[in-house]
Write a protein that binds this ligand. Structure first.
Ligand SMILES: [Cu+2]
Length: 216
């Protein structure tokens, strides 16, 4: 009898583990790899906000650049659509409903900026002769990995004046390939989460089997 109780307790513990919500991720990245543009925007939670690292391996040339001020890039509300459809990403991440058209983002007054307006807050990407932009980093104090300002499930879009020229989903975990909807696929998925879920699942399964074996 006691052993049966133990097995039942194990099974319940296994179920409880499986139902515990996963902690918010602390890392993510968008690897843009389309339209001859290769750019990676990485995000990592730090004590003061989210550290953002931008690296452009190719594609942002001065020949392509329309505006003297450079290429804008933002976090957009929704993921990229099928076949790298950047229009499907919707508008900029803007939970505070800032009206960008009437008052441009002033980096010294973050309340004036759309949360997802990384270029407005931290500067545009300046094109180069060979299209590469040296890696640079900054800390954004608005974006987060959970809550209203969460970047999880969103995307990054690069613009050339008003044209959306390239985009990719933000994938949590460390990126290993392109995040575009054609090509590399979402290879940078949250592996920690999936392995934790699998472990919880196998605990439940083994507890269930044990319970069935000893219950009768
Ligand atoms: Cu944008």
């Amino acid at each position: 009898m006691q052993f049966k109780n133990l097995v039942a307790a194990l099974a319940i513990a296994g179920l409880a583990t499986a139902q515990t919500p996963a902690a918010a991720p602390t890392k993510g990245s968008a690897h843009i790899n389309m339209a001859d543009i290769d750019a990676t925007i990485s995000f990592e939670k730090v004590a003061t906000g989210v550290n953002v690292t931008v690296t452009v391996a190719k594609g942002l040339t001065t020949a392509l650049q329309v505006l003297p001020s450079g290429f804008q890039y933002h976090i957009h509300e929704k993921p990229v659509g099928p076949n790298n459809n950047c229009t499907a990403t919707g508008g900029h991440q803007n939970p505070t409903k800032v009206n960008y058209n009437t008052a441009p983002c002033d980096p010294k007054n973050l309340a004036s900026c759309e949360v997802g307006d990384l270029a407005g807050k931290h500067g545009n990407l300046n094109g180069t002769a060979d299209g590469k932009v040296a890696s640079f980093s900054y800390i954004d104090t608005q974006i987060t990995f959970d809550g209203d300002n969460s970047i999880v499930g969103r995307s990054v879009v690069i613009h050339n004046n008003v044209t959306r020229i390239a985009c990719a989903d933000i994938v949590t975990g460390a990126a290993t390939g392109g995040n575009n909807t054609t090509g590399g696929g979402n290879t940078g998925g949250d592996k920690d989460k999936s392995s934790a879920t699998k472990l919880a699942g196998s605990l439940v399964l083994s507890s269930m089997v044990a319970l069935m074996m000893f219950a009768f």
